[in-house]
Design a binder for this molecule. Structure first.
Ligand code: BMA
Length: 371
């Protein structure tokens, strides 16, 4: 009998391990009709401050905390530049948006220890041309970095640097924290070197599987939730299914969908268009998630500069409510002089959208981190 119990315990442990730690948190929110709120680089900088520039290791500031009264539940961080190791073109130990990678590591761990979820995106340089993620001047980059290609060795080294950094995100007990990893995003658009028109669906899927196997099997990063994020501009839903590496390699399917307004357009039609696009895409993605047994999210969204004061409750919520999304993340609030009054996606103290954002945070459906 004792032996049976021991076997049962081992089976339970193994079965328990199979469930990735974060997935439960995300699934629970979606099942309760709630969604976590996320903000990119939230602890790293805001409208008038920057942890890297001030060498601030406290990491207690947040534009979201200052306006909504609570930290976002999801913290987005980007690894662009880590692949180059010491040769990061953005400066020593610095990511593409100026974050110091050591401070960023501390931010990730702090957020996790406060009970939050960390999601890592990655805007890697172009390994063939030496340009950035947006350099689409060469349409054979993916082909050249896959096994057998001329730049496979360099790319594998890049994955190694990336994996080392992710593995170094350790909590107090020395364990690597679980994260949502979201590589090769917006691949149904044509603006990143891994996008549509720059590689075949087979090559895209092979790139994903190569990345997965390297990070999971070689680097031992077994707790990552793998998120794939097609973008909304493509109305061909088949493209989402075609550029999908397979259920074994994906845990979450998210949508990247922004609101854009031309000067001629009025808010009424612009808001309606965004709500319509989002709902049409989320309906299709919900179906896809159900068919594949995956978690749904809005992995990136926002209206740059929040030009519509009641955006949160009058535009964003009507766009996403009713879908079983686990989280919704808005993009970053830069502090760069000359850009900070334009490039922000969450309110900051004194911004006219503050009140409406607080209403959004107080809504029973949204999940923030209590202080
Ligand atoms: C874009 C902008 C850029 C930034 C990039 C990666 O949408 O915010 O300034 O470098 O995301 O974070």
């Amino acid at each position: 009998m004792k032996q049976l119990a021991a076997i049962a315990a081992i089976v339970a442990i193994v079965a328990g391990c199979a469930q990735k730690p974060i997935t439960e948190q995300l699934e629970k929110a979606a099942q309760q009709g709630k969604y976590l709120y996320g903000h990119q680089d939230d602890l790293m900088y805001g409208h008038t401050w920057n942890a890297t520039k001030e060498n601030d290791h406290e990491l207690s500031r947040s534009d979201v905390l200052s306006t909504a009264g609570a930290y976002p539940a999801v913290l987005g961080l980007d690894l662009g530049g880590i692949e180059c190791g010491e040769d990061s073109p953005y400066g020593v130990n610095t990511n593409l948006d100026g974050n110091n990678f050591d401070i960023q590591r501390e931010a990730a761990v702090k957020h996790y220890e406060r009970g939050g979820i960390v999601t890592l995106s990655w805007h890697p340089r172009n390994p063939v041309t030496g340009g950035d993620a947006w350099d689409v001047s060469c349409d054979t980059v993916v082909e050249q970095i896959l096994p057998g290609g001329s730049h496979n060795e360099l790319f594998t080294l890049w994955l190694d640097n990336l994996g080392d950094y992710i593995a170094s995100l350790k909590d107090k007990s020395g364990r690597t924290i679980p994260v949502i990893f979201r590589p090769w995003h917006e691949h149904t658009g044509g603006w990143f070197w891994w996008g549509t028109g720059l590689c075949t669906p087979e090559q895209y899927n092979a790139l994903w599987v190569y990345t997965y196997k390297y990070l999971v099997e070689e680097k031992g990063l077994v707790d990552m939730v793998w998120a794939i994020s097609p973008n909304s501009t493509s109305s061909e839903f088949e493209a989402w299914e075609e550029r999908y590496p397979g259920d074994e390699y994906v845990d979450l399917i998210g949508l990247d969908c922004y609101q854009f307004k031309s000067p001629e357009e009025d808010f009424e039609s612009c808001n309606a268009r965004y709500i319509g696009d989002m709902r049409r895409c989320l309906a299709a993605l919900q179906r896809m998630c159900e068919e594949h047994g995956k978690i749904l999210a809005v992995t990136e969204t926002g209206f740059e500069g929040l030009p519509y004061a009641n955006w949160w409750t009058e535009v964003l919520q009507p766009a996403i409510d009713g879908f079983p999304i686990s989280y919704v993340l808005t993009w970053r609030n830069t502090d760069e002089p000359g850009r900070r009054d334009v490039h922000y996606y969450a309110p900051w103290p004194g911004n006219e959208g503050e009140g409406n954002f607080r209403a959004f945070a107080e809504d029973a459906k949204t999940v923030f981190l209590k202080k």
